[in-house]
Design a protein around this ligand. Structure first.
Ligand SMILES: [Fe+2]
Length: 280
């Protein structure tokens, strides 16, 4: 059966659908009361790059980060690809390392390909002196303001042929328990963790802000109606596909990720995103 649409309906449909395929960079800004006034601290949060290209030598993404003049760049995992090399990711990390204080937590894809591939990716971070927070807390000072920066490994570390117990790694839950129990200064506490679907668990601890990725914005969205269709770990119509959430005094911001090539299906009304947070 053939369906014949009036010409004006076809044109209207095209006009509505084509903008949904835009995959240029979207910058999303948030302002959060962290009690650090009169200074403001600007954080750029990036995740889920998956080694995608952003212009020649990654200039498209590097200049976008530079344009924000961040005080801190936080990296929420899955910047690397599953393959043996991640040239775009390495180029990007080279571009920000040393220029900004950077901190990294792993996503599930950092563990793809087994222990050797994982070690090679972590060696890139070590070579660039980008600290990986693996069930650890860094007490940092930005513009004279002390922040507690906690980070946990992705739970994928405990699957896929790794033997974390033999390596002495604490489990995801143990890492969370450990970082939450560490003595803190009186500053603001941020948790970097790749997985947004663990939000209820995060809320049972005393974190002020959680930064997560992984959901890729639910891949497809319908503006004003549907904030994502599918996300790994959450299934269809994910609650935490992207955006800002608040519960029990813990704010969670979920970045929609920077992967712009269609990994399985193209993004729809869900462009790649750079998250910019101003703490005041
Ligand atoms: Fe992920």
């Amino acid at each position: 059966m053939k369906i014949h649409l009036p010409r004006w309906v076809s044109i209207a449909l095209l006009c509505a659908l084509l903008p949904g395929l835009y995959n240029g960079l979207k910058e999303t800004h948030y302002r959060l009361d962290a009690g650090v006034s009169p200074e403001e601290i600007r954080i750029v949060f990036l995740s889920d790059l998956h080694d995608c290209a952003w212009g020649e030598d990654m200039d498209g993404l590097l200049s976008a980060v530079d344009g924000q003049r961040p005080d801190l760049v936080l990296l929420g995992g899955d910047l690397f690809s599953d393959g043996p090399s991640s040239e775009n990711t390495v180029r990007f990390l080279e571009g920000i390392a040393g220029r900004y204080p950077c901190y990294y937590v792993t996503g599930n894809h950092e563990y793809a390909g087994g222990a050797e591939a994982f070690a090679a990716r972590m060696a890139v971070l070590e070579g660039l002196r980008i600290p990986r927070l693996s069930g650890e807390m860094a007490e940092i000072e930005v513009k004279g303001v002390r922040l507690n920066l906690c980070g946990v490994d992705d739970p994928a570390a405990w699957t896929g042929g790794f033997d974390p117990a033999a390596a002495g790694w604490a489990s995801f839950e143990e890492q969370l328990e450990h970082v939450s129990a560490l003595p803190r200064n009186s500053g603001y506490t941020i948790l970097l963790s790749h997985r947004p679907e663990k939000y209820d668990l995060y809320c049972s601890y005393d974190f002020d802000l959680v930064l997560a990725g992984h959901a890729h914005g639910g891949q497809w969205a319908v503006p004003g109606l549907l904030n994502g269709v599918y996300a790994p770990g959450q299934g269809y119509f994910p609650k935490y596909a992207g955006g800002r959430f608040e519960k029990d005094g813990t704010v969670m911001i979920v970045g929609r990720g920077l992967a712009r090539a269609a990994r399985h299906v193209p993004r729809f009304y869900n462009p790649p995103e750079m998250v910019v947070i101003d703490l005041y």
